[in-house]
Design a protein. Structure first.
Length: 142
């Protein structure tokens, strides 16, 4: 699982995945921004956060739940990454762009068990406490 778009300007320094700064807008970018931003908005939600984030580059947008996390089963990203792509065409890792293109800019199917595992891993990586009793439960025969 690869973390994409967790830029240090988007946090108060509470998690190690926020390592790199926001890339310069449009610097050498060559991808279909409409398709990429739609892909990013279509991911499976694995962490919902109730807040509004604001564009750190130029104040062009606000995103309700912007720091919520989505996945395609291989990568995870913040919801507001779609707006950074849409408004600023920021650079994304080539491997991630290739993955999206190889899937025709459609989120691939992911098993529920995998999504639960990703959700737990994301919560752990972002230093959120998880409740093992929360979420889907497996029925056990008595």
């Amino acid at each position: 699982m690869q973390f994409i778009g967790f830029f240090r300007e988007l946090t108060d320094g509470n998690a190690g995945v926020y390592k790199n700064g926001i890339p310069s807008p449009g610097s050498g970018v060559n991808y279909p921004s409409a398709e990429v931003s739609q892909y990013l908005r279509s991911g499976y939600p694995v962490l919902d956060v109730m807040e509004v984030t604001t564009d750190k580059i130029g104040g062009s947008f606000r995103v309700p739940g912007g720091s919520s996390v989505l996945t395609d089963g291989s990568h995870v990203w913040r919801l507001d990454l779609a707006s950074y792509v849409q408004y600023h065409c920021i650079q994304l890792p080539q491997e991630f762009l290739d993955f999206m293109r190889d899937h025709s800019y459609r989120i691939p199917g992911v098993k529920q068990e995998t999504l639960v595992e990703i959700s737990v891993a994301v919560n752990r990586e972002l230093n959120f406490r998880t409740d093992p009793a929360a979420g889907p439960q497996v029925k056990r025969d008595r």
